[in-house]
Design a protein around this ligand. Structure first.
Ligand SMILES: *Cc1c(COP(=O)(O)O)cnc(C)c1O
Length: 524
């Protein structure tokens, strides 16, 4: 082992693992192999030692199951080990730096968790009478006020459950506003080439037609091309700021003014708000709607598609069209929930409802905890440190990897590299797989599409200099190998439980159900 200035680093083994015979168990030291529960469990084993109930007749009648359910059984310790082993095959923000660009994989402070677990928050039910959940509604309201203040907007829809869901909310507001004006015929939504795939998908889902706007050589929107396309058929533009090349769209105000002048609306994809929180208010740039991914900027966990949260801030023009329910505070300081039954004639323009209840309460509690523990000045520091860390990565690696926009000035919260200059036959995927052997989750790859073989690295502000140096060292080492044409990199990862998988096949033909292998021939 060596200690270098970038922290602890094991020496690269002389040979790869092919030179060492496989272990008897298939385990690689503490990296344990794990079979499917169907393969290790059997229907006769159970971790439960309670006898079946007697003396109570089933009320299921003819619906009662007659055949055994056939689920695999394990004893309690086997069950605990099975799921613990599986959990160890995952990478997590609590294990190390997670450089996924655009995803803002920052540390989730434990204080957030502590607050969210307080019984008064954790045990509330969305159908409780409003009188009994004043505190919870107070949290939603206070968070709403912070989001409005931080963005300089007029209102906020709290219920959307992810960034993409928020995009849909914003576009439905725009649609409702256009229809109210009798301009439902405006169908075109302009989306820059570098946009996240959810932007065009959302616009199409909401019934609009998507047209691409090209990027200029500096990685920003081609403002002239955008302006040239504006006209009476344009409903909106969807612009990500900072954009997915990690650059601030300096012309956004000019673009917004031009879009408004022709009667369109400006949707801003706020997934990258982390870079500007406390420094820039999107409302000042003429934005009409913007989602905020609480699981990005405000440190709530990114949980397997579950507990995301994507509130949407709205301009004065769009606020009346926002969805139900929302909270208000009456003259006595009581919080009210405005829903279909309570809206009366006061909110005729709402486009309706997006979710069964009020949004992700647990995420609201975490996000508000994060905001209050940082304060306004602390949030500003978040943006500054996130940008500083990304620029440190950009400048540390620009001589090793091609950095297409290095000349465009400092980046924002993420640094972008391309596969230009790698040895023939080597690509971004080889670098990503090599990083796995180094113990890192790969960066975002092949996105945005405007950069060939893109590698988008977002360190976030929660990484120390030592952690950044270690990551930079690892990425530099893997990149040097890819430039030198190191054949071992083509079959990386070597130290992971599985080596290189056919990702296309896995995505196109996923095997999602266990099928018992055919019985071995009895005669044998
Ligand atoms: C993450 C992201 C989204 C989608 O947000 P989800 O919360 O994952 O639905 C949209 N646009 C950009 C630029 C993103 O980074």
């Amino acid at each position: 082992m060596t200690i270098n200035q970038s922290g602890w680093r094991p020496e690269r083994p002389e040979s790869n693992t092919d030179a060492v015979p496989a272990s008897f168990t298939g385990n690689k030291a503490l990296m344990l192999e794990e079979a499917l529960i169907f393969e290790i469990g059997d229907t006769s084993t159970t971790g439960v030692d309670i006898a079946g109930a007697t003396g109570c007749a089933s009320r299921l009648g003819c619906l009662a199951r007659t055949a055994p359910i056939g689920l695999p059984g394990l004893s309690e310790p086997e069950t605990v080990r099975h799921y613990t082993r599986l959990s160890r095959q995952n990478y997590a923000i609590d294990l190390g730096l997670f450089p996924l660009g655009s995803c803002t994989m920052k540390h989730n402070p434990r204080l957030n968790e502590k607050m969210a677990r307080l019984p008064g928050f954790a045990d509330v039910h969305p159908l409780q009478p409003v009188d009994t959940v004043q505190g919870a509604l107070g949290v939603i309201n206070e968070l709403a006020v912070w989001l409005i203040k931080l963005t300089g907007m007029h209102g906020v829809a709290m219920s959307p459950k992810a960034g993409a869901h928020g995009e849909l909310c914003g576009m439905l507001c725009i649609k409702a506003a256009l229809e109210k004006r009798g301009e439902g015929h405006r169908k075109v939504v302009l989306v820059p080439e570098s946009a996240h795939g959810t932007n065009p998908a959302t616009a199409a889902f909401a019934g609009f037609t998507v047209e691409d706007i090209p990027a200029n050589a500096a990685g920003r929107i081609d403002t002239d091309a955008l302006k040239a396309r504006l006209g009476p058929d344009v409903a909106a533009v969807m612009i990500t700021n900072p954009n997915t090349c990690g650059l601030f769209e300096r012309d956004l105000k000019e673009i917004s003014d031009a879009v408004h002048a022709v009667g369109g609306y400006v949707y801003c994809d706020g997934a990258n708000f982390n870079a500007i929180v406390g420094r820039v208010r999107p409302g000042d740039l003429g934005v009409d709607a913007m989602h905020i991914n609480l699981h990005k900027t405000f440190s709530t966990p990114h949980g397997g598609g579950g507990p995301g949260s994507g509130p949407v801030v709205l301009s004065e023009a769009l606020s009346p069209f926002g969805p139900l329910p929302f909270t208000t505070r009456d003259a006595e300081g009581h919080f009210q929930l405005i829903e279909e039954e309570t809206a009366g004639d006061d909110h005729p323009d709402t486009f309706g409802r997006m979710t069964a209840f009020h949004g992700q309460m647990g995420m609201f509690t975490r996000a508000l905890t994060y905001i209050l523990s940082h304060g306004a000045d602390g949030l500003r520091q978040v943006a500054e440190d996130a940008v500083l860390n990304a620029n440190y990565i950009l400048r540390s690696l620009e001589t090793t990897l091609d950095a297409p926009f290095a000349e465009s000035g400092p980046c924002m919260h993420e640094a972008i590299f391309s596969d230009h200059g790698l040895a023939a036959g080597f690509s971004t995927i080889d670098i990503a797989k090599g990083l796995i052997d180094e113990g890192f989750h790969p960066m975002t790859m092949y996105f945005p599409l405007v950069v060939h073989g893109a590698m988008l690295v977002e360190p976030t502000e929660t990484e120390s200099k030592a952690a950044l140096d270690q990551f930079i060292g690892a990425l530099r080492s893997v990149a040097e190998r890819a430039k030198a044409g190191d054949a071992a990199l083509k079959t990386a990862p070597h130290f992971a439980p599985r080596s290189r998988l056919d990702e296309t096949l896995a995505a196109r033909k996923p095997v999602l159900a266990y099928r018992e292998p055919p019985m071995a021939a009895a005669a044998e």
